[in-house]
Design a protein around this ligand. Structure first.
Ligand SMILES: NC(=O)c1ccc[n+]([C@@H]2O[C@H](COP(=O)([O-])OP(=O)(O)OC[C@H]3O[C@@H](n4cnc5c(N)ncnc54)[C@H](OP(=O)(O)O)[C@@H]3O)[C@@H](O)[C@H]2O)c1
Length: 337
């Protein structure tokens, strides 16, 4: 049983609900009881919540919460711990944290597994901290754990100015990789270079396979982080070096592919991928511990930082979704609560 809520805690909270699956207009504010933390959970008074592309899919009815997760949108928050379960470990009331959630972020209060909370790094604001968990957990587990990116290797990051991309460029650079990124305009390519990309490719003006080949003397890159899928998959295989690794984290162009397998064998490639949300608390907790030891020092000293494009008040979640769908942003959109 969770600890009782402190007396000063309201019984009800505001949150963003959906009248039905659909466009951004289905989002509106409602109230419901403040959730109670379980034994290994904490209750956080949310100061800011990240908006991610998977939220758009959930709003459209195409990406339901995993069993047991909150039905409220929102995969990441930052705020203050206001109640702790009996087995919540290191966390105390008053701690400032950011947390990865399987749902529940678009609300005044969220329950988070204790293992998926991390301290707000250094002097970062709640808005900045709320922009960390979803992309840093995803990039860490895919680029470094699955893709095995090593210092001195080359990496191609598609969607370089996305929330995921801005994180991946900085982390790859910080860990000593030579970074290639793709983006859909000259201005977005300039932003990729500012974040640390050595080579930025405007995929609307140039063929990334040709550009990678030209910049690597025909060798190709060691690792590709891809969220596009579809027609990109065979082209990604063509852009990889011998022993290269392709890590699939989404398929904005579709998940059906017509693929010649011979390049996979000839170059001894590895094709892998993962999706974060349905993974267990223990698995997410293990990623959190690695992030805290390997990446938190870089966030504290400013080597890497969450890139915040714009903030919206909680009751303007629909506008935040419209902005994310329009795709002009660079970095993260954040709701302030
Ligand atoms: N597997 C996982 O665990 C996991 C976790 C989190 C997110 N994701 C996925 O990762 C992706 C990025 O998420 P996010 O929240 O960072 O999204 P985001 O900020 O909205 O970024 C999406 C990016 O995709 C690019 N893009 C869109 N259509 C494209 C196309 N046809 N070809 C090339 N680029 C295209 C856009 O840039 P341009 O303007 O340059 O085209 C934009 O920067 C999403 O698909 C999301 O579902 C996966």
């Amino acid at each position: 049983m969770a600890d009782a809520l402190p007396d000063a805690m309201p019984d009800a909270m505001r949150f963003v609900t959906m009248s039905a699956p659909g466009g951004p207009e289905v989002l509106h504010i409602d109230t419901r009881p403040v959730p109670r933390p379980g034994p290994a959970e904490v209750l956080v008074r949310v100061a800011a919540a990240g908006v991610n592309r998977p939220d758009l899919l959930q709003r459209q009815g195409n990406y339901g919460p995993p069993p047991g997760a909150s039905d409220i949108l929102g995969l990441e928050i930052a705020g203050t711990v206001v109640a702790v379960g009996s087995h919540a470990g290191r966390w105390r009331v008053g701690d400032t944290v950011c947390a990865l959630l399987a749902g529940g972020g678009y609300a005044e209060y969220s329950v988070a597994p204790a293992a998926q909370c991390l301290p707000v790094p250094g002097s970062l604001s709640f808005v900045e901290a709320a922009g960390i968990p979803e992309t840093f957990f995803t990039v860490w587990t895919n680029l470094f754990q699955r893709g095995g990116l090593q210092c001195g290797e080359t990496v191609l990051i598609h969607g370089g100015t996305s929330g995921i991309g801005t994180t991946a460029i900085q982390l790859a650079r910080a860990f000593g990789a030579r970074v290639f990124a793709t983006a859909g305009s000259a201005a977005k390519c300039a932003a990729c270079r500012e974040l640390g990309a050595d080579v930025a490719i405007d995929y609307r003006a140039d063929d990334f396979v040709r550009a990678v080949s030209a910049a690597t003397d025909g060798r190709g890159v060691d690792v590709i982080l891809d969220m596009v899928g579809g027609s990109y998959v065979p082209r990604n295989l063509a852009a990889l070096a011998v022993e290269g690794r392709l890590v699939q984290i989404a398929f904005m162009q579709g998940d059906k592919v017509d693929l010649a397998l011979y390049p996979l064998m000839l170059k001894r490639l590895t094709f892998t991928g993962s999706t974060l949300r349905p993974r267990t608390v223990a698995q997410k907790g293990a990623i959190a511990r690695e992030l805290e030891s390997m990446v938190w020092p870089l966030l504290r000293d400013g080597t890497v930082r969450p890139i915040i494009s714009r903030t919206f008040a909680l009751d303007r979640a629909a506008d935040a979704h419209r902005e994310l769908e329009a795709g002009a942003h660079i970095g993260k959109l954040i709701l302030t609560v």
